[in-house]
Design a protein around this ligand. Structure first.
Ligand code: NAD
Length: 501
């Protein structure tokens, strides 16, 4: 697969020349290299070619970024809600202006087909800023009638609550959908009056750097958002442990979520965690298969399965099991793999060699435990990190491939006989991020949506998300919700005021 950086649009060629030489830490309004000058390579996962050098921030750089965020906090917190809203709306307008270039940059960095960034993720990021521009002007407390007996003669007691920005937020995000997941943290944090230090994933730092430039262009004051790039073990850990951080807004794996929680203990940082999933897609016997087969296939193969809410466990009623599973396998076989910047690519590479090897490791072990790959599981192309879309059968509960998040284009299919059995199987998971139910029966849909323990249940669709819809999980899929007006609460403290008047 051949690809040449010279074929990128002019805007991205200029951006890479300007920002991808290792001077990409945004601290205050200044761009600089890491204090020790350390950098690491960022690669195009489809070809393995180096696309730039990224600054590897150390503890001293992280401290500088936290200091900049803390210095900017009083001013930003005191900014009128309408002025915060104005900046958030301006960010959305600028992202919209840059949408084609941002989609191209995300594909270059992460590998996904261009259409995903252009039509789903970047519009999703833009909507986050627009939605929370409105929320910035809708922050309110309560007036509370108390039963406090203390009433000095001729006086009355009044009590009320106000909402105040939590403070400095560490936003730590993964590599699968970088811009929209970043926007899910930044937009509510900024709306609430918080300042932020953003730490993108090491495999996908480029759009975070471009976003940093665009935030300044939109009029965000210096230091309100700072960007530190680097590894999780060094940069992420230093940020999560920093005493100047008041809150960690984390999206990533459940294992890293645990490390972040440990780091937060030092000064009791507020923590929200959007973690892993092993979400079931459930096809009932009365499902419309013309919707359900492509729907459940897309639920897992979209973005090569690198989606926290991917439908990675497929449960099909025994009466239609073979038809559906063969239909999903046929869908997988027909998918066109290729460089994300090729217009006809339907699936790109995995984000890195490490991730491709991780997925292959799951498949080798699954076969060792008796599973069969109905299709897929092979490397594709002579370079890059492509793994073909994979349907796994002959599995049973307890097998690693059924229990653990693979985070790749791998679905495990199992048959069931009745609704009660499949709800129990769906709920029998360490995770509880999402689920979908495919049925034409209104009452089946409602009852199963009620009985499944997950943060989101979709009916006859999967992975539909929107800035207005809260998303997050139960059990080990995390704490709290991103998106929706509930997300604003993550960035606000309650203050109670009690007065004798
Ligand atoms: P990861 O946990 O390895 O990394 C996430 C981020 O944490 C990265 O920026 C990384 O550098 C940083 N990090 C790593 N170690 C750290 C540490 N000790 N302290 C602080 N930061 C550290 O996750 P990933 O592999 O980048 O992403 C895939 C995971 O993200 C999957 O499990 C997926 O389900 C999850 N995810 C969840 C959601 C959701 O909304 N629930 C959304 C997208 C992805």
């Amino acid at each position: 697969m051949s690809f040449d950086l010279g074929s990128l649009g002019q805007s991205n060629r200029e951006f890479l020349a300007r920002r991808a030489g290792g001077e990409g830490l945004l601290i205050g309004s200044a761009w600089r290299s890491a204090a020790g000058g350390a950098t690491f390579a960022t690669l195009d996962p489809a070809t393995g070619i180096e696309t730039g050098r990224i600054a590897a921030a150390g503890a001293a750089d992280v401290s500088d970024a936290v200091d900049a965020a803390r210095a900017a906090l009083p001013g930003w917190r005191a900014t009128l809600p309408v002025d915060r809203a104005r900046v958030l709306w301006a960010i959305a307008d600028i992202l919209e202006r840059e949408i084609d270039a941002l989609a191209e940059l995300e594909t270059l960095d992460q590998g996904k087909p261009l259409f995903i960034g252009r039509w789903a993720e970047i519009p999703g990021a833009i909507n986050q800023f627009r939605f929370f521009a409105g929320q910035a002007m809708a922050i309110e407390g309560n007036s509370i009638e108390s039963s406090i007996g203390y009433q000095p003669a001729g006086k009355q007691m009044r009590s009320w609550t106000v909402r105040e920005a939590v403070g400095v937020v560490a936003a730590i995000v993964p590599w699968n959908s970088p811009l929209v997941l970043t926007a899910m943290k930044l937009a509510p944090a900024l709306a609430a009056g918080c300042t932020v230090v953003l730490k993108p994933a090491e495999d996908t730092s480029l759009t975070a750097l471009r976003l940093g430039e665009l935030l300044l262009e939109a009029g965000l004051p210096a230091g309100v958002v700072n960007v530190v790039t680097g590894t999780g073990a060094e940069t992420g850990a230093a940020l999560a442990a920093h005493p100047g951080v008041d809150k960690i807004a984390f999206t990533g794996s459940t294992a890293t979520g645990r490390a972040v929680l440990d780091a937060a203990k030092t000064n009791f940082k507020r923590v929200t965690l959007e973690l892993g999933g092993k979400s079931p897609s459930i096809v009932m016997p009365d499902a419309d298969l013309s919707l359900a087969i492509p729907g459940v296939a897309n639920a897992i193969f979209f973005n090569a399965g690198q989606v926290c809410i991917a439908g990675s466990r497929l449960y099909v009623h025994r009466s239609i099991h073979d038809e559906v599973v063969e239909g999903v396998a046929a869908y997988a076989k027909a998918m066109k793999l290729g460089h994300g910047l090729s217009p006809d690519s339907q699936m790109g590479p995995l984000v890195s060699q490490r991730q491709a090897e991780r997925v292959e490791g799951f498949l080798i072990r699954a076969k060792g435990e008796g599973a069969t790959l109905l299709t897929g599981g092979e490397r594709f192309g002579d370079a890059g990190t492509f793994v073909s879309p994979t349907v796994v059968v002959d599995v049973k509960p307890g097998m690693e491939i059924v229990e653990e998040e693979v985070f790749g284009p791998v679905v495990v299919a199992q048959a069931f006989d009745d609704a009660e059995e499949v709800v129990a199987a769906a709920n029998d998971s360490q995770y509880g991020l999402a689920a979908s139910v495919w049925t034409e029966s209104l009452s089946t849909a409602h009852r199963m949506a009620g009985d499944i323990r997950a943060g989101t249940v979709w009916i006859n669709c999967h992975a539909m998300y929107d800035a207005a819809l809260p998303i997050g999980g139960v059990r080990q899929s995390g704490w709290g919700r991103d998106s929706g007006k509930q997300a604003l609460d993550n960035y606000l403290e309650w203050k109670t005021i009690c007065a004798v008047v």
